[in-house]
Design a protein around this ligand. Structure first.
Ligand SMILES: [Zn+2]
Length: 261
């Protein structure tokens, strides 16, 4: 996973949303006049770099008030305990992923016994449709299980020069290597969870596509276009969102069909 964790220059994506992650693992800083929201912490070892990225953008790490999660896998939440200590932020995660984050990886159907990390206290759990508000920014948690039991699609509205745009932070719809969709004793309801999540994703409005990995939305290429002065913000990509969901659903359906054969 080292190849996913190279430094990347932090940048403003759109409105009050900033990218503060690595070359491949995304972390987002959402700034408000009453403090900031951090979505995902990444690997523990790169939390100091994450903090440097926040400072390089001109913000104070101590002003991060809320720490959220896309899903309870090591590359997104291993740094939660360290980021929590550093910021004092309230940790808010989905109910199904909370015990995994609070125990440092226990009970996760794919990686329990493979990866463990520093447990991070959870201050508040959110259910499907619940929202979190800070300084005029509201983020809504949509539970989209499958990749993990508590994988969360966070959405918000961003102001782009007076225009209100719908933002989707996509957690992942990947079926990890070796994971079975049929007769999976560790996660028997995985296939129906994915099916419900795909239905939700297809119903969500999306103007600005972001996600837990840059590869989900061509972060590199879009960042390139942004820094070269693209007139329209490249991260506004409703077609890219529909394509991402359609491709992920096709991979899921293909695997499901081949397991049932
Ligand atoms: Zn994952």
């Amino acid at each position: 996973m080292r190849a996913w964790n190279r430094p990347f220059p932090p940048f403003r994506v759109i409105g009050n949303i900033y990218y503060v992650g690595s070359n491949a693992i995304a972390q987002y800083l959402i700034t408000t006049p009453q403090g900031h929201i951090l979505l995902d912490s990444g690997f523990e070892a790169s939390v100091p770099r994450l903090a440097d990225n926040v400072r390089a953008l001109g913000f104070r790490v101590e002003d991060v008030k809320l720490l959220l999660a896309s899903h309870a896998h090591i590359d997104h939440v291993q740094g939660h305990a360290a980021a929590h200590r550093l910021t004092g932020a309230q940790v808010i995660v989905s109910a199904p992923d909370a015990p995994v984050i609070a125990s440092g990886g226990k009970g996760e159907p794919v990686y329990d016994g493979v990866y463990a990390w520093a447990p991070c206290p959870v201050d508040r759990v959110v259910a499907d449709g619940e929202s979190v508000t800070l300084g005029g920014t509201t983020m809504v948690a949509h539970l989209t299980p499958g990749h993990t039991r508590g994988a969360t699609t966070w959405t918000m509205e961003v102001d782009d020069g007076g225009r209100k745009l719908a933002v989707v932070f996509f957690p992942s719809a990947n079926v990890n290597p070796g994971v079975r969709l049929v007769d999976n004793p560790k996660y028997p309801e995985i296939a129906t969870d994915f099916q419900r999540s795909f239905a939700l994703w297809k119903s969500l409005p999306c103007d600005v596509l972001l996600g837990a990995h840059g590869s989900f939305y061509d972060m590199d290429a879009k960042h390139d276009r942004l820094t070269k002065g693209a007139t329209a913000n490249p991260f506004i990509d409703p077609q890219g969102y529909r394509r991402l969901i359609a491709e992920a659903e096709k991979r899921f359906q293909d695997q499901l069909a081949s397991e049932r054969r």
